[in-house]
Write a protein that binds this ligand. Sequence first.
Ligand code: FAD
Ligand code: 2HG
Ligand code: ZN
Length: 477
Amino acid sequence: MSDLLDRLRDVVGAAHVLTDDADVAAHEVDWTGVHRGRALAVVRPASTAEVAEVVRACAAARTPVVPQGGNTGLVGGGVPDGSGTAVVLSLTRMRTVRDVDPVAGTITVDAGVVLADVQAAAAAAGRLFPMSLGSEGSCTIGGNLATNAGGTAVLRYGMTRELVLGLEVVLPDGRVWDGLRGLRKDNTGYDLTQLFVGSEGTLGVITGAVLRLFPATPRHATAWVAVPSVRDAVSLLALAQREAGAHLTTFEIANRQALDLVLAHLPGAVDPLEAPSDWYVLVELAGTATDDGLDDALERLLSLGVDAGAVTDAAVATGPARRDALWALREGISEVQKVEGATLKHDVTLPIARLADWTEAMGHRLQEVLPGVRPVTYGHVGDGNLHYNLNAPSPDGASRDDDLRAAATDLSTAIHDAVAAEHGSISAEHGLGRTKAAAAAAYKSDVEVDLMRAVKHALDPDGLLNPGVLLPPRAGS
Ligand code: FAD
Ligand code: 2HG
Ligand code: ZN
C-alpha cells in the first residue's frame, strides 16, 4: 500500500495526501455523526488531470475510491466503510468558476465549488442560479450533481438534473469524458450527462459542470402561514399555483413539533404568530426587478386561504431581515433535531393528493410501534416530499434515544412500507448512500435492479468506485 501512497504523493504533492488521524477524522464521519468509517488516506487533487491520475493509480492498485465534496450528505454516501482500505478523494481544492455566460445563460464550474459560491458568481453577473439548500454554505456542486439534490426552489426550477447541461467526468479507469457542452439542444445519443446525475459517486468522479442560469429575482413576498392540517396545506398549494403561477418558488411545510424544537434550540428564534398551530407553511413568491405585484398577490392568496378555512393566521415578511427570520425557522430544523438528540431520518415522496391521509395514518401507526415517538415532519410539500424524521419519546423532558435506536428498524420499515403502498419513493432527494441502498433495492423490481447493476458493471467492472453505496453488495459477496 505504501507504493500507492507514494504514487499519490507524486501526483498531488505530499501535503495533499492525508494519513494522520487528526487530518482524516473529519472526512471519515458524515454530518449526522451516524456514519463513521476508516480511510486508507484522504487525497486532495487540484485539477481534473490530477483526479484522473489518482483514480488510475487506485484502479491499478485495486483500491476503492470514495468521492467526497462538502460532506453534507445525509445517507452516508460520501464516507468510507470501516475497512480502512478506501481512498477518500476530496474535491474541495477544485474551486474555480471557469466561465460565466449571461447571454447563453450558463456557468461552468469545477466540481468542488461550494453551492453558495456558484449562486454568488451568478448574482455578480446579474443572473440567478436557483438551487437553494440549508447546506449551501458547505456543499459542493459535484455533491449536488452526484445526489441530484433538491431543496426549496424545486417547485419552480426543478431538481439538480434540470439545472445541468454538461459534465466533465473522470471514469473508473482514469479516462476523462469531456461532456462540458452548454447546448440546450443535443440529440446525439444516450444522455450520458443525466446518467451521472444522481449516481452518488458510483460511476465516475464529476470534475466540472455547465449549469443553467435564470433571470435574477430580486423581489420577494414571503409569509409564514398557520394552517390547521396537511389537507389545508395542500388546498393552499392549489390556490397558490392558481394565483401566483410561475412566481411561486417555495412552498414548505413544518409541524408544530419542528417549530417547538427550533424555538427551543435555535438562538434568537421567535414564534412569529401569537397562537400555536399544528402545521405551518412557508410560502414565497419571487419576481424580477420589474415584477410589481408580488405583495398584492400574496395578500390575495392569504385572504382566499382564510375564506376557504385553510389559513388561520400568517406573518408576512416586511423586509429582508424579517424574511431571513422566517426562513431561519424552516432552515434551522435539521440542525436543531441534532441538538435535541438521536434522529431517525426519512426522506419520502408521496402523491400530493395522498399526503394528508398518509401523514395522519402514519402518526397513529408509529405510536403503536414506539409510544411517545415524536415525528418532526417538514419539507418540500409542493414537491410531495416530506422529511418524516423521528425524535425519541421524551416523557420527562429527556430524549430517550436508546428506545428510538432499539425500534429504528421497525419504525423505518413501517414508514417505507406505507410509502411503497402509495407508489411513493423512500428517497426523494438525499439519495441512497449506504443507509438506504438495501431498502431501495428491496422495493424495486428485479428488472430495475438488474438494469442498475448492468449500468454499474459497464462503467465500473471492478466495482472500485464507492462500493456499497447506492447498490447493496450482492448476496454472498
Ligand atoms: P458529499 O456529502 O460530500 O457527497 C454526497 C455524495 O455525492 C456521496 O455519495 C459522494 O461520494 C458523492 N460525490 C460528492 N462529490 C462528488 C463528485 N465530485 N463526483 C462524484 N461523486 C461525488 N439535500 C437536498 O437534496 N435538499 C435539501 O434541502 C438539503 N438540505 C440540507 C440541509 C442540511 C443542514 C444538510 C446538512 C444537508 C442537506 N441536504 C439537502 C443534503 C446534502 O447537502 C446534499 O445531498 C448535497 O448535495 C451534498 O453535497 P456535498 O458536496 O456535501 O456531497
Ligand atoms: C431539508 O429540507 C433538508 O431541510 C434536510 O433536506 C432534511 O435533515 C433532514 O432530514
Ligand atoms: Zn429537503
